[in-house]
Design a protein around this ligand. Sequence first.
Ligand code: ARG
Length: 705
Amino acid sequence: MTDSIRFLMCPPDHYDVDYVINPWMEGNIHKSSFDRAREQWQSLYHLIKENAIVDLVTPAKGWPDMVFTANAGLVLDKAVVLSRFYHKERQGEEPYFKTWFESQGFTVHELPKDLPFEGAGDALFDREGRYLWAGYGFRSELDSHPLIAEWLDIEVLSLRLMDERFYHLDTCFCPLTGGYLMYYPPAFDSYSNRLIELRVPPEKRIIVEEPDAVNFACNTVNINQTVVMNKASDNLKARLQEAGFTVLETPLTEFLKAGGAAKCLTLRVTEPIIIDRHAVINIESRTVLMEGHLLDAGLINRALDLVVEGGGSFQVLNFNLGEQRQSTSKAEIKISAPSHEVMEEIISQLIDIGVVSLDDDQRDARLQPVEKDGVGPDDFYVSTIYPTEVRVNGQWLTVQNQRMDGAIAISETPNGLVAQCKILRDLKLGERVVVDVVGLRTIRKTESREPRNGPQEFSFMSAGVSSERRVELIVEQVAWELRQIRDRGGKVVVTAGPVVIHTGGAQHLSHLIREGYVQALLGGNAIAVHDMEQSIMGTSLGVDMKQGVAVKGGHRHHLKVINSVRRCGSIAAAVEQGVVKSGIMYECVKNNIPFSLAGSIRDDGPLPDTQMDLIKAQEHYAELLRGADMILMLSSMLHSIGVGNMTPSGVKMVCVDINPAVVTKLSDRGSVESIGVVTDVGLFLSLLVNQLDKLTSRYGVVQVG
Ligand code: ARG
């Protein structure tokens, strides 16, 4: 017997499964046998007593889970951090445990109300006493960790629990004598797994498989070289023995019904202080500000979800709810993350939805020099479609050429500092690039809450995918917008795939170009090829466009067309020489509408106009997109995604595709200006042309027939 080691246990006089606060309790209400529970508890009690001293706390009636003394608090030397239970079902245990700790002369630290922490169930010392592993995600709040670190003067390593079956750290994680760690990795997020692997060398990790994990093998009491648990597979036993442990099994099935086993039923109350340890808090906190239609537009939910999904936690410091429908709300939120790395990830996502990091008002962005042309520093900030400002030398600069997936480069010019979005390959030696996420903010329009359907004020119906019934309504809106843009001399860019031709949309798109609704056309080799195939041979990919049947030998048609155009030298020349007499490309040439055809590996020919150098093609696309008011994306996934990335927010995008997946992908830019239409593109174009004709034909004209 080891005199110096003491445990606290609580006899199961009032134990039962009375409620459900974890998945193990589901279906087990009043299903545990009182007698068997007592026998099992007694066996455990005696086993522990053979190896250490056991103190008992008097069970209290009405608090059935009080047997799980691991959740009483967290002890280190003469100090204890008392638990603050997450569920009200267990909060009544707190005073009993507090009394016991006080009676034993412990200094009791109490967490603020509403900051849950469930004691040694969620916090386990490395057995060498070097640091404390602390879990969060289900019962304990991340924000409790800094307080624990301070009070107990120890380094705290926060681990995020992901699997609700393993809701307490001690259900899936067990530090053992000699620096060993027995644990079930899938219970943790990837960041936590990485942290564990950094601290525990591979030869010290005893990985538990799921069948052992669900038998609560990790819920083990470790006393020197002895481990006491509910049950272990032969394989796990062998591995523990190899590591020098004696494995004692004692069935605790009645307690498994409440989601606990050996370790849960005990609390080690002698945790000696290791001399040269000191508090290290890895947790980072930041205060952010949100303003806008936080509730109506669901922004607050999105922000808080992002924080939690990203592995952080939050505290709402202030919430100022706007009173009228049009008034905006304001919230100040404190965000915590287990490390700087996780914080950066969370903040960059929050910046995307327009959250302002308050501390950043005072801080310049962090810049690092480009050390090689076309290569950014590690950790460069990845830009979004939203107007962004960056703070350099105490001044907020507006970032130019806003686009997605670029870096923000700062360069000195004769006119002062300039901030610019650049794709990696365009970065130049001597420029400095924004890294990290300080000193950055995106500007979001607070008024973009929902459409105001006035006759003047057109707006799309919020980002979303339309149903069949809404298609016509959307066509009306798009037609109206196209009219407006044309009349004020604006710019509409169309990006289109060959499906436009196959579905019979060529005549309609040609019509739009002829009537001045299109200012630039982007596509690949195929749309031009099949458009001209239709114009020259009446087929599209060999299918007769009038009869709708495949023409014999038709699959060669498009090659012949390519050949003819190559002979002419260019599409424009083919039009001028009368080889191409109608269609989309014909209208582009005739109406001086610039087009860009970006080639790919599968392209036949290609046409002389097709740009096979993709870097040049991207540049040409970007040039044609500049200043666009609206982009119509017609059944071309890759070209549309490419275009979407080059385009800043504020440009309206209409994406039409028969495949809902494509539409969702494209309209999911989180911006209200984009809309998806799931329908046949030929049909969409024909409805659109019809609607435009209706808008353009003067009223009062009566058809007399
Ligand atoms: N029914 C208890 C609860 O859900 C079980 C506690 C298990 N304790 C532990 N340290 N894992 O809170």
